[in-house]
Design a protein. Structure first.
Length: 165
């Protein structure tokens, strides 16, 4: 089915996807497999556009499912205990001073959390040279990413947010 009018074509496509959700998902899966680069670019753009929304959705989800959050934090604490390396509160304060009391990623002032440059879940240590101060937003968004991966994502978001002239 092809329409000359692109608006009609899009409306038809939306209707079709509503009526055939399984086929639509399958088509997206096929497209993702054959277009890995475009898939990644689309995903980056989506996150850049919906970053706030994603954070809110996750916060609402955790509020509705406190047991999930508890399970996550207890798994996190267990990894922190098992990880190699320790740092003292004096080392932490010195590190925060180096960053002028600001988030190492986007420079926000405010309450700072311990961020592991290489996450504990991916074999990072709990030593001070694997630690950065991060605001809660950045720490949450970084999740299981390494510092390098997260900074690449921030760069991609900045590029996506910059209007093309
Ligand atoms: Zn931040």
């Amino acid at each position: 089915m092809a329409y000359k009018d692109p608006e009609r074509q899009r409306a038809y496509a939306r209707e079709w996807m509503k009526r055939n959700p399984e086929k639509a998902r399958e088509a997206v899966r096929r497209w993702s497999k054959t277009h890995p680069e475009q898939r990644r670019a689309a995903k980056r753009l989506y996150y850049a556009r919906h970053r706030e929304q994603h954070t809110l959705t996750m916060a609402a989800y955790h509020k509705a499912h406190p047991e999930v959050l508890r399970a996550k934090s207890s798994a996190y604490r267990a990894r922190a205990r098992a990880a190699d390396g320790r740092f003292t509160s004096a080392e932490w304060r010195a590190l925060v001073d180096i960053y002028d009391g600001r988030c190492a990623y986007r420079g926000e002032a405010g309450p700072l959390q311990v961020d592991h440059r290489i996450p504990l879940s991916r074999g990072g240590t709990n030593a001070i040279d694997n630690v950065l101060p991060a605001c809660r937003t950045c720490n949450t968004q970084k999740g299981q990413m390494t510092e390098t991966e997260f900074r690449a994502r921030l760069d991609a978001e900045r590029r996506a947010a910059t209007p093309i002239e």
